[in-house]
Design a protein around this ligand. Structure first.
Ligand code: ADP
Ligand code: ZN
Length: 358
C-alpha cells in the first residue's frame, strides 16, 4: 500500500492507494476512529457493482452502515437531489458524530462532499473514488459542489475529506469512455509538472490502456502526488493551483458550446492541444515539444481539434464568461517545456482566433 499525506495543517489527511483495498476500508476507518456510523452515498451503477462489498467491509469492522443511492449521471449533481439526500439522512438520524462515505465517480464525490460541508454545518466525510477521473483529480483537493442551470459547480465549498481510499482494481468495470475521460487529466499532470511522468505515459501507453497493474498503480500514485503537492501549496486557487486549469480554459468553452454533449476529458484534450499551439505561436514553446504532447493526446484516443461546428464568436463569448475570467482578462496556462507552464493573460486575439480554428 502507498500512503500520501496532503499537508493542510489541522485539515491534513492521507490518501491510501492499494489494489483490492475495498475489503479493508472498514478496518482502516475503525483504526482512524473518524465517526460512529457511516452513510455510504453511491450512484445507481456503482451501488449495483460495489455497494454490497463496501457495506460488507464496514460491517466486518463492526459498523452498521446505511447505503443511499441516486440515479447515475451529471444531472443528479443538483440542489434538489442534495436536499433529498439530506432529508433521508435526517430521517435516518444522522448526527455530527457520523460521517458520509462517497463511493463513486466525481459526481458522487462532489455532491457528497458538499452535502458533508453543509449537513448540520459540517460532518466528516471520506472519499472512495471509483472512476479514473475521481481517483486522479476530483477526490483530492477539497473542491465540492453542485450544478445549477446557470453553470456547472456554481454552488459549492472547499471542504476537505478525512481520508481518501483508492483501489485501482475497480477501474476494471469502468466504461472505456470514462477511462479516457480521466486520461486527459492524467496527461495534463505530465505536461504541467513532471516530464518524467509524461515520458512514462508515452512509454507505457498500451499497458495503461490495458489497465496493467503496475502501470496503473504508478499512474494513480504519481497523479495524486502531483495534485497533493499543488493543493498543499495553494489550497484555494490563489496562485499555483491555477496550473491545474491547463487545457480547461478553451476546454470549458468547447464543452459549453457543445451543450455539454462533449465529454469533459475530450474537451480538456482539445483545450490542451489548443494551449500548446498557442504557446508555440507566442514563441514560448518549441514546436517539436508541442507536437509530442499533441501526439500523445491523440495516441491515447482523445481529440485534438476544435469541433468544426464550433463558431469562434461563441467560443470567445464562453471564454469571457468563464468563472475564472477576471475583469475581462482570460488566463491561459501555457507550457514553456514539457513539465513546465506559465500563466498568461495577455494573449493577442488574432493568435487566439488562429488556434480556435485548428
Ligand atoms: P466522473 O467520475 O467522470 O466525474 P461520474 O461520477 O458520473 O463522473 O462517473 C462516470 C460514470 O462512471 C457514472 O456513470 C458512474 O456510475 C460510472 N462509474 C464510476 N466508477 C465506476 C466503476 N468503477 N465501474 C463502473 N462504473 C463506474
Ligand atoms: Zn478537468
Amino acid at each position: 500500500m502507498k500512503s500520501l499525506r496532503v499537508g493542510l495543517g489541522d485539515r491534513a489527511y492521507d490518501i491510501l492507494i492499494a489494489q483490492n483495498m475495498l475489503a479493508d476500508i472498514g478496518r482502516y476507518l475503525k483504526e482512524a476512529g473518524f465517526a460512529k456510523r457511516y452513510f455510504v452515498v453511491a450512484d445507481s451503477n456503482v451501488a449495483e457493482i460495489y455497494g454490497e462489498d463496501m457495506l460488507a467491509s464496514l460491517r466486518a469492522a463492526g459498523y452498521s452502515p446505511q447505503l443511499l443511492t441516486f440515479p447515475a449521471g451529471e444531472e443528479s449533481k443538483n440542489l434538489a437531489l442534495m436536499g433529498q439526500l439530506a432529508s433521508r439522512l435526517a430521517r435516518l438520524g444522522m448526527d455530527r458524530n457520523d460521517a458520509l462515505l462517497a463511493l463513486g465517480g466525481g459526481v458522487t464525490g462532489d455532491l457528497t462532499g458538499f452535502l458533508a460541508a453543509s449537513y448540520m454545518r459540517g460532518v466528516s466525510f471520506v472519499q472512495v473514488p471509483t472512476s479514473l477521473l475521481a481517483q486522479v483529480d476530483s477526490s483530492v483537493g477539497g473542491k465540492t459542489g453542485v450544478d445549477i442551470p446557470e453553470g456547472k459547480n456554481l454552488i459549492g465549498a472547499f471542504y476537505q475529506p478525512r481520508a481518501v481510499f483508492i483501489d485501482s482494481t475497480v477501474l476494471k468495470t469502468l466504461p472505456a469512455a470514462e477511462l479516457l475521460n480521466g486520461l486527459a487529466e492524467v496527461i495534463k499532470y505530465g505536461v504541467i509538472y513532471d516530464r518524467d511522468f509524461f515520458d512514462f505515459l508515452a512509454e507505457r501507453r498500451l499497458d495503461i490502456l490495458d489497465l496493467e497493474r503496475s502501470a496503473i498503480e504508478k499512474l494513480v500514485e504519481s497523479c495524486c502526488a502531483i495534485k497533493a503537492a499543488v493543493v498543499e501549496a495553494d489550497e484555494r486557487e490563489a496562485d499555483l493551483r491555477r496550473i491545474l486549469n491547463f487545457g480547461h480554459t478553451i476546454g470549458h468553452a468547447v464543452e459549453a458550446d457543445s451543450d455539454f454533449k462533449l465529454a469533459h476529458g475530450s474537451a480538456v484534450a482539445i483545450g490542451m492541444a489548443a494551449a500548446c499551439r498557442l504557446a508555440v505561436l507566442r514563441g514560448g514553446f518549441a514546436a517539436s515539444e508541442a507536437q509530442r504532447v499533441i501526439r500523445l493526446i491523440s495516441d491515447f484516443g482523445l481529440p485534438v481539434s476544435v469541433p468544426a461546428a464550433a463558431e469562434i464568436k461563441h467560443l470567445r463569448g464562453y471564454l469571457l464568461s468563464d468563472k475564472k475570467t477576471v475583469g475581462g482578462r482570460v488566463f491561459f496556462v501555457l507550457p514553456t517545456a514539457i513539465g513546465k507552464v506559465e500563466i498568461s493573460a495577455d494573449i493577442d486575439p488574432a493568435l487566439l482566433d488562429q488556434v480556435l480554428c485548428s
